[in-house]
Design a protein around this ligand. Sequence first.
Ligand SMILES: Cc1cc2nc3c(=O)[nH]c(=O)nc-3n(C[C@H](O)[C@H](O)[C@H](O)COP(=O)(O)OP(=O)(O)OC[C@H]3O[C@@H](n4cnc5c(N)ncnc54)[C@H](O)[C@@H]3O)c2cc1C
Length: 402
Amino acid sequence: MSARAHDHYDLLIVGGGAAGLMCALTAGGRGRRVAVVEHANRVGKKILMSGGGRCNFTNTGTTPANYLSANPHYCKSALARYTPWHFIEMVDRHRIAWHEKELGQLFCDVSSKLIVKMLVDECEAVGVRILTSCAVERIGLDDDGRYRLATSQGVLRAPRLVVACGGLSIPSMGATGFGYELARQFGHEVLPTRAGLVPLTLSGKHLERMHGLSGLSLPVTASCNGQSFSNAMLVTHRGISGPAILQISSYWQPGDALHLDLLPGEDALDWLQRQQAARPAAELQTVLSDAMPRRFAQRLCEVWLPGRSGHRPMRQLDPPQLKAIAAVLSAWPLVASGTEGYRTAEVTLGGVDTDGLSSQTMESRQVPGLHFIGEVVDVTGWLGGYNFQWAWASGHAAGLAA
Ligand SMILES: Cc1cc2nc3c(=O)[nH]c(=O)nc-3n(C[C@H](O)[C@H](O)[C@H](O)COP(=O)(O)OP(=O)(O)OC[C@H]3O[C@@H](n4cnc5c(N)ncnc54)[C@H](O)[C@@H]3O)c2cc1C
């Protein structure tokens, strides 16, 4: 359908992702005439691919502490007004079966498609018009205060514009820097962006030492710049990944010290002493294989542990040796060289500076009627459903105001 009849909208939303659709259904529910402009051939592509196809759509433990932002207070109001339970109420109303994984993470039982269908059905029920394969060529502000969108399907005009273009991660899914360009066009600051929730890469001897271990997973505590996450680490062909590494990647930048504890929740020296008392004849490598994959324990002994301690019975290890081994186990000296970048990152850190936005309405402080929501804003959640919760909450806040 063409977008030719261009003046009968109250609100135009650029981006039909999680935040844009939530904003549309909320504003439509208030009787606003809404059009969503999506340049991809369908809406909600990231929702479809999320959570391994089952969409980790929220986290029941969501608090503002689960987000990174130059202003950690900015997200508080929207998150308090639209909680995980509000979204769960909608999911239940649409009879979408879900289950809780670890740490409050809620996933669909069947498919992420059901979440996209729910959002589109809600939009249709309140008369929202969704234009797909619609490229925005230019955006301007007319003299009568209306935003003018020149699109591949004609001109659209409305007194309010919501920018919900998302971040830069996974360009193959339609991600562009358009939201940041728009922000700059209207005089907003855009804080430096970088890939978050992303695997870390190794190079040189650090990569060589891991050769043949890819696919192995072990529990670690990863720490950097005052944050710690205890979860699985996965060895990949290019470096390290898994939930603990993805989480800490958002706090790490090249050159920062990354601290990896291979015995999470244990004091390594105390653990070794207990093992020594309980199993004096067992080799260190055998003992370590009970706490981590055998091949990883072997490599640890070959490469990182002092002397040939791996093949020594525990009883032969003297206190200074135990101390040296504990030091490696509690702070494995691995140096990451970079990240896999936007190609595989789940989110983009940084973005539109919240200083220029109202935390109540997501509206620009300097340009009336212009709102920014979702990932394009400098608010980034941890892994585990927090990013969708921000998309829902910020979309809802703007949908109530726009
Ligand atoms: C592989 C993967 C898995 C993920 N899994 C989870 C998960 O399980 N749980 C979780 O909470 N978060 C997850 N995330 C993060 C989550 O998908 C995002 O934080 C969330 O989608 C952001 O919502 P948004 O609406 O701001 O942006 P998006 O959902 O990215 O939507 C932006 C939309 O704008 C459109 N667009 C961009 N430029 C233009 C333009 N110029 N004109 C028109 N339209 C445009 C895009 O095509 C897109 O449809 C995952 C991300 C990835 C990449």
